[in-house]
Design a protein around this ligand. Structure first.
Ligand code: SF4
Ligand code: SF4
Length: 170
């Protein structure tokens, strides 16, 4: 029985030796991951409005969002996920109706120290004044109006100077 088992085992080894290999030289080589893979989170800080929908949708309550009021508007200053307790269920990503939170294909999230595990997706200071598109636009239009005024004024000046010169000539 022992001899037959050994021969069978060697047969399997011999057969497998010639089959196509699926292993790669990780980390230099990596298998491609599917598009919808749930890897490391990425956050677009400009899209995030700090509504907390994602944090409330999380069954493990691992998302913490920090915000400040700037000109009566909420400005997101920090976004941290305690990834060590995350289920990668995707409920937070699904609940974000601004498309600010997404999964990436990056699966290497290991850390040497436990304290480095929380995933800090955003950590920034709140500005004193919010840069709004409206403000920029109104400034731009004001500039444009000012420019027009200058052009009109200089044209009138030119005409007056020309008339004066004509009068002197006559
Ligand atoms: S994937 Fe699931 S567990 Fe992880 S942060 Fe999002 S909602 Fe929470
Ligand atoms: S990531 Fe999305 S759901 Fe979460 S606070 Fe930001 S905008 Fe709201």
């Amino acid at each position: 029985m022992f001899g037959r088992g050994l021969v069978k085992g060697l047969q399997v080894t011999w057969r497998e030796f010639w089959t196509k290999k699926f292993t790669v030289q990780y980390p230099d080589e990596r298998h491609p991951v599917p598009e919808r893979f749930h890897g490391r989170f990425v956050l677009d800080g400009d899209k995030c409005i700090g509504c907390n929908l994602c944090a409330n949708a999380c069954p493990n309550k691992v998302i913490s969002i920090g915000s400040e009021k700037v000109e009566k508007k909420k400005f997101v200053t920090s976004y941290v996920i305690n990834i060590q307790y995350c289920l990668f269920c995707g409920l937070c990503v699904e609940s974000c109706n601004k498309g600010a939170l997404k999964f990436s294909n990056d699966f290497s999230m290991s850390q040497y120290f436990y304290n480095d595990l929380p995933l800090v997706l955003l950590d920034r200071e709140a500005p004193k004044v919010l840069p709004t598109a409206e403000g920029t636009e109104s400034k731009a239009s004001a500039d444009a109006t000012g420019k027009n005024k200058v052009t009109k004024k200089s044209k009138a000046d030119e005409e007056a100077a020309a008339a004066k010169a004509k009068g002197t000539e006559g």
